[in-house]
Structure formats: structure tokens, C-alpha cells
Design a protein around this ligand. Sequence first.
Ligand code: HEM
Length: 504
Amino acid sequence: MLESNSSLTVATTTAAGAVAAGYYYAKKKKNTRCPPVVPYTIPWLGSAITLGKDPDAFFHDAREKYGDIFTVQAAGTRSTYVTSAAAISSIYRNSKSFVFTPTRLDVSVKMFDMPRSIVYDNDYMTETMFPMHHRILAPSNVTPMVDALIKHTVGVVKESHSQIIANQWSTTLEEFAHKPVFRAISATMFGPRFPAEKTYDPFLVFDDYVPFFAAGAPALFVQKGVRARKHLIDLFEEYLGTPGWDDGAAEIITAIVNGARNESQPPWTDRELATAVNSDFWAANGNMSWGFFWCMNLMLHEPQGLAPLYEEVDAARDSWLKAHRSADLSGDNLTELGEFLDNASLPLIMSTVSESLRVSSSSFSIRTVVEDGVTINGYPQFEFSKGDVLVCQTRSVHLDQEIYGPDAAAFKPDRFLDSGIVTEDGSRKPFLAFGGGVSQCEGRHFAAKGCKFIVALFLLNFDIKLDPAHEAPSSGSALFDITRIGTGILHPTKPTHILVSKRK
Ligand code: HEM
């Protein structure tokens, strides 16, 4: 870990405000209809220490005392947090007044070092590139990407198979599952020639620094992160200049590159493009590879381990083979394997994916107010002005006991089986791992399907269990580094040691 936990939280908390306009608060006219400020004694530092110690407890207690919407002073920044499903949903529904685009542009510069000229000097990003993302990642268009992911996951699974020479392979879940899936996702996006292996270490370092970049931390504190980011951008620049790089790359990447090279005025340089594709690389890998990782990890820590999932996937495979006697599910015939995965009934695996994302995600869904005198439906006591920034703290909703019951913080793999996710009035319980509204995560269709298929492929091929020789944390929440708030799927506190063998 690069920093102490509390300084990481301070950074991520600061990020919420700094990402767009915490500074706006300071110069704002006196508005008596502002949300309450969580009291603090030390000027500037504010609530940073309490927040840093245990963000989940901080947001829970603050909500109990000050209501669904409140403002927090932390390390020189003031951010207004929205913590209830009702308020967040009202914000999502009013997409005319509460918008995401300013944040998306701001992080392009702060986190990904995209030059301001390509982000702000014309409207190519907002008018062409963002809609392109939306179209290509739509459910009806995402099939080729899912197919490529199956292909590359089969590739990494076969490699791991060949690594198991003795009966059992003693390794970590990070090495066995996270890294190969990172490579599979990378190859899916950039094609099989992409040097994914070379990007893994710099990516991990860069990802660790993302909260600090988002917070606009001074250069002195982020030197290592800047070097890692530069390393990644260098690699992408070199790769995009290699003839034939786009052979087997996903449309989401080829369309960005070809569009910005040929349609943007002026055309983007390869360096500029490299910064842009690095942002897509992070959006996909930063969340999806960890999402998959948590499915496996949290199940491994359940009393029965992966057994219920093996049972489900084995039953699905057996019934498929009964109906398709000559089907080859070994991975040698990708069409047949793809058909099986697409049609297999795997409700518990799907529930496990959703539940893993529910408990392991800590995302800020940030919206900027674009007109004066705006209120949140249901909260007329507060009025917001143009430039105000609201941070929808989606984790608070996932941990809300009134929605998910007294065991809201616990990982329950079957929670998302049909009846478990319906509220008393028949509506679906809020699930905000992908944010919400018109700016909900565009990669969610690919990510949700992809995680389901990757889990199934790993289960079909490997017996995995926790290594009893290593002490393992006993419950889900102890596994997460909850201090990395606001930037997506949480990271583990320490490596998970496992024993792997080939499935018979
Ligand atoms: C488990 C995996 C993932 C999680 C948990 C996740 C989460 C999120 C969240 C929370 C947001 C912000 C939404 C909001 O503010 O309401 C977001 C936005 C976005 N994500 Fe993901 N994401 C995942 C995978 C992906 C993948 C695989 C891609 C691309 C292939 C992707 C592309 C994007 C894009 C383009 C946006 C911006 C959407 C917009 O501005 O409208 N994400 N994601």
C-alpha cells in the first residue's frame, strides 16, 4: 500500500470535491438552504481523521445524525454527500439539472493526464467520443467484445492449466485469478498482440494513485503514480504506432483511435490518443478485474467455499451435454463454448456477481448542478446553485439496513436470487455498483456478462480452495480496504493464499 489508510481516505474524500468544484463552496453566497455541515473542531482538517479511520461508520453515523444529505469538511475541501436511495434516485431522474459531463471531462485531465486542449478546446469529446462509447457499449453491440473475452479467458485458463505440474499449485488469488483476467480483458480491448503482461505492474501502481490524482494532490505526493501513468501512456503510444495493432482489438478502442485521428479537428496525436485509451483501459480493468476477483474471494471465505457454484455450473454443463451430445466445451471450439455460456442457467453465479459488486464497490456518482435554484425531489429544504457538486455515496445505499436488512454489510451469495431483491412494495432494491441514471456505467452490460462467464470458466477448469497454511481473514468486510472510498471496486487488504488443482 502506498499510503496510510487514513491519508488514502482523505485523498479520496477530497477527490469528491476536488474532482469538480469543492472550491465553489467557498465563494458561494450565503445560502440558508444549504445541507448541514458535519461539525468539526480542527479548521481545514475538519472530519478527515474520523472519516479516514472508518468511512463506512462515518457515513452511517453522519446520516443518522444529520439526515440523507450533508456536507463534510475534510482536508481543506467541502463536499456535499447524498446518502439515501430516495435522494440519489431523485438526482438521477433529474438529469437536466444534475449532470455528469463536467466530472468526466475533469477526471480526463486530472486522472489521465489528457491534454486540456483535446478535452476543452472543442466539443469533440462531448459531441462525438462520449456518444460513440454509449453506442458501442450498448447491449445490442457488445456481443463481439464478450466473445473476445471468452476467447482470451480460455487462453489464460489454458496457460494456468499448464502451470499446474504437481497435484496442487500453491499461489495467491491475485496471481492466479486477478492477473490473468486483467490480461484477458486487456487483450479483449486492445487485441492479442497488446503487451498486457508489461502493463500489469505499472497499472497497479497507477490505480493505487488514482484517488490522489482525482484529488488533485500536489506533484510531490504523486511522483510514483505519475511515473507509472507515464509508463502506461508510453506503452500505449508505442503500441498505437505499431502496424496491425488493431487486428483483433475491440471496436470501442479502434473507433476512438480512428475517429480522433481522422475526424477530430485538429487530429489527435498518438500521444494524445494514448492518454485517452488509458482512461478506457482503467475504466474496464480497474473495476472489472477486481469485481471478478471478489466473486471468487468472497465465495472462498464462505463456509462451503466454492461448492455451491461448482454444483450449479456442473449441473448446467451436464444438462447442456445431454442436449448437445457432441458439444465440445473444452475451449477448443469457442462457438460451442460461447453458446453454452450464453444459454446456461447460472442464477447463483449471477447473484454472486451482483452481491460481490454490492459489497465490494465504493463509488461516488458525482453530479454537477447546472442551473440556479434547483432542489432534489423530496428534499425541498435544500436549494442548490449552478456549479454545486453533489456526491452520491452509493455505498451508503448498499449498506442501508432498511433496504438490505440487518445483515446489509454481510456477503450473502444468494441475496440477488429473485425474491431477495424485491422490496415490500414490489419494486427492485437499488443496486448502484454501476451508478445510475443517464450516466450509469456504459460498460455494465459487458462487465456483468463478462464476470459471469469468467467465473464459470474458472470453475469449470480449476479446483480452488483457501490454503490452510496461511491465516485467512474470517469475514468479507475484513478483506476490503474500505479506505479507498469513491473510486470503484475496493482493493484487498492483503493477499489471499490458495491451493489450485486441475478439475477432473
Ligand atoms: C465491474 C465493473 C465496473 C464497475 C463496477 C463500473 C462502475 C462505474 C461507475 C460507478 C461509473 C459512474 C456512473 C455514475 O456516475 O452514475 C462508471 C462509469 C463508466 N464506466 Fe464503468 N464500471 C465497470 C466496468 C466498466 C467497463 C468494463 C467499461 C468499458 C468497457 C466501463 C466504462 C465506463 C464508462 C465509459 C463510464 C462513463 C459513463 C458516462 O459518462 O455516461 N465500465 N462505471
